[in-house]
Write a protein that binds this ligand. Structure first.
Ligand SMILES: [Ca+2]
Ligand SMILES: [Ca+2]
Length: 145
């Protein structure tokens, strides 16, 4: 969270510079340039129903969602290319249970991950699901690297 706070200060001080370096900052033409991306987990498929957890795309995160065993989908907003988001059924990230890796390939406004049990590979994102017995609505741990 320090990075976000710092970034906001920087944005206020150097809006012009921020707008130029859009690749790094995620700045759009809007009045409030984004400093980093957002990752939002939802209770329903296709980013519907309640928000289970919301975080930045800052690397080095390893957390239990605010609500255990609820997340079924995610929305990625201006998430940096190279970001790797892994969602685990196991609270201890045991890969014998289900997990899915979401890898952002290209910068864009919004990516919806419909659910976590479907492999995806398009221009913007790759999702690899490693099945055991089900992951949707069972996410207990998330890492962002
Ligand atoms: Ca679980
Ligand atoms: Ca499972």
């Amino acid at each position: 969270m320090n990075r976000r706070g710092f970034a906001v200060v920087v944005a206020a001080a150097t809006t012009a510079a921020v707008m130029v370096s859009g690749l790094v900052t995620g700045a759009s033409a809007g009045a409030t340039p984004r400093q980093d991306g957002e990752i939002i987990f939802y209770e329903g498929n296709g980013a519907t129903q309640n928000i289970v957890h919301a975080t930045s795309d800052e690397p080095g995160q390893d957390f239990a969602p605010h609500q255990n065993d609820e997340a079924r989908s995610a929305k990625l907003i201006f998430v940096r290319p190279g970001a790797r988001i892994t969602v685990f059924d196991s609270p201890s990230k045991d890969k014998r249970d289900d997990y899915a890796i979401i890898y952002v390939k290209k910068f864009t406004g919004t990516i919806i991950i419909d659910h976590f049990e479907k492999d995806v590979d398009d221009e913007y994102v790759t999702v690899v699901y490693v099945r055991n017995n089900g992951l949707n609505g069972k996410v207990s741990r998330v890492t962002v690297t």
